[in-house]
Write a protein that binds this ligand. Structure first.
Ligand code: NAP
Length: 246
């Protein structure tokens, strides 16, 4: 059975992605940072539908925890053929002139360093000739294009860094049987906006979206699942904007 690691698979877009990938036949390693009940709820939902999943704790900003997470996955049955770098954080809306060094470092530690570390460990296992190949999807953001002025330029910059990781890594490993692609969601209904201090942000901004609405986590999951699947077998180094036309 092929295994996929979904970082931050316990809530929001990661939860929807874990559920969809399990329905498509993947064994899902549901990573979470601290809320074990949320991760176990995803695993239970997958098992109730007859799928296969297990929860795996790790703060992806911590290299030792990432190493332990991959060792845990190695110890399970199944070949790691997929990685969804989904875990990401942002903080209270603020201007650049108000940002502390500590905050910027925390954003980059999870969104950039964490994604790099997970890519590194996945590539070691997937790359030909030792590995059988695989696919990686990096969950970026439309903020990488817009810059998120007045809200979280630190977050936007971290997502732009993820996009450069996607481009560079896709070229490095294309001949080793690994595809690397990016998804840039727009305004999606999840708890993340509350972390920015505005739980109702998606509804406020929906009129600015050409499609006149926010997106659902399940709609992003579909895009991620397609890029991971064999249906996208000739697609690498590509980005899909799933942002309602924005
Ligand atoms: P969310 O609802 O806030 O969920 C975040 C998930 O990431 C949780 O499962 C959380 O686990 C996990 N997580 C956070 N920091 C982590 C760390 N250091 N190590 C491991 N896991 C960690 O977020 P979301 O809105 O679904 O966002 C998912 C991804 O989509 C993010 O990369 C985000 O930047 C991107 N995105 C979201 C939107 C949007 O509008 N929502 C738009 C564009 C892009 P715990 O609960 O255990 O902490």
């Amino acid at each position: 059975m092929n295994t996929v690691l979904v970082t931050g698979g316990s809530r929001g877009i990661g939860r929807a992605t874990s559920l969809l990938l399990a329905r498509q036949g993947w064994q899902v390693a549901v990573n979470y940072r601290s809320r074990i009940d949320e991760a176990e709820s995803v695993v239970n939902a997958i098992e109730r539908e007859g799928g296969s999943a297990f929860a795996v704790q790790a703060d992806i900003a911590d290299e030792q925890q990432v190493m332990a997470m991959f060792a845990h996955i190695d110890a399970e049955q199944g070949y790691l053929a997929g990685l969804v770098n989904n875990a990401g954080i942002l903080f209270q809306q603020a201007r650049v002139s108000q940002l502390s060094a500590e905050r910027i470092q925390r954003v980059f530690a999870t969104n950039v360093l964490g994604s790099f570390l997970c890519c590194r460990e996945a590539v070691k296992r997937m790359a030909h000739p030792q590995g059988r190949g695989g696919a990686i999807v990096n969950v970026s953001s439309a903020a990488a294009r817009t810059g998120a002025p007045g809200e979280y330029v630190d977050y936007a910059a971290s997502k732009a860094a993820m996009d450069a990781l996607t481009t560079g890594l896709s070229l490095e490993v294309a001949a080793q049987g690994i595809r690397v692609n990016g998804v840039r969601p727009g305004f999606i209904y999840t708890d993340m906006h509350a972390d920015g201090g505005e739980p109702g942000r998606v509804d406020r901004l929906a009129p600015l979206v050409p499609m006149q609405r926010g997106g659902q986590p399940a709609e992003i999951a579909e895009t991620i699942a397609w890029l991971l699947s064999d249906a996208a077998s000739y697609v690498t180094g590509a980005f899909i904007d799933a942002a309602g036309g924005r």
